[in-house]
Ligand binder design. Structure first.
Ligand code: 5GP
Length: 204
């Protein structure tokens, strides 16, 4: 059987740029991996493709997925549900493929409880001022909402203590470089390769 792949969980505070960093990794094929497509009840944005960016489903279908135990984790965020279908993730890991999840901090915490072997990467803003500017430049939220998100980010940044790596998203290119370095290092970490060597040196 192939060695199991790495479960790579990219998370971080709202507005830190997780989606942009994930897209850069996907588009530039920075390292070989499969992206875990989430299920959501939010409506598609222009250009988003069902089955590629998300599985866009009704609330009824999402509720059914919860009831049937189809989700590794799920969370409600700004009035919509988001969740990770468990079956494809498990299958890809069994096939030896690395799997990338881009999810919010609540979801990442739940994944950590169920799959502690994952590699948990926390994306951080260089500072809160930059985060404020980014939310403002996105132009989709009012100042009140932005202040709410900053308050949320103050709390979320401390969640970093439960992660394996902290990557500063100062530029997307730098963040992507660091993530690639983490993945390369994880592939050769002793805890992941020791079993192969144990088999190799066994005399029987
Ligand atoms: P957006 O609506 O901007 O695509 O995503 C909103 C938030 O939902 C982002 O923080 C994103 O990381 C998070 N998200 C996307 N997919 C999932 C998922 O499957 N589970 C959880 N918990 N969060 C998700």
């Amino acid at each position: 059987m192939a060695d199991k792949g790495l479960l790579l969980v990219l998370s971080g505070p709202s507005g830190v740029g997780k989606g942009t960093v994930k897209s850069a990794i996907v588009e530039n094929k920075v390292f070989p991996f499969e992206y875990s497509v989430s299920m959501t009840t939010r409506k598609p944005r222009p250009g988003e493709v069902d089955g590629v960016d998300y599985y866009f489903v009704s609330r009824e279908r999402f509720q059914e997925a919860i009831n049937q135990g189809e989700l590794l984790e799920y969370n409600e965020y700004v009035g919509n549900f988001y969740g990770t279908p468990v079956a494809p993730v498990k299958k890809m890991l069994e096939e030896g493929k690395d799997v990338l999840l881009e999810i919010d901090v609540n979801g990442a915490q739940k994944v950590r409880e169920k799959m502690p072997d994952g590699v948990f990467i926390f994306l951080t803003p260089p500072d809160l001022h930059t985060l404020h500017m980014r939310l403002e430049n996105r132009g989709t939220e009012s100042e009140d909402v932005i202040m709410g998100r900053i308050k949320q980010a103050r709390k979320e940044i401390l969640v970093m203590q439960d992660y394996d790596y902290a990557v500063v998203n100062d530029t997307v290119a730098n963040a992507v470089d660091h993530i690639k370095a983490i993945v390369d290092a994880e592939h050769v970490s002793v805890k992941r390769v020791i079993d192969d060597y144990r088999k190799m040196v066994r005399e029987d």
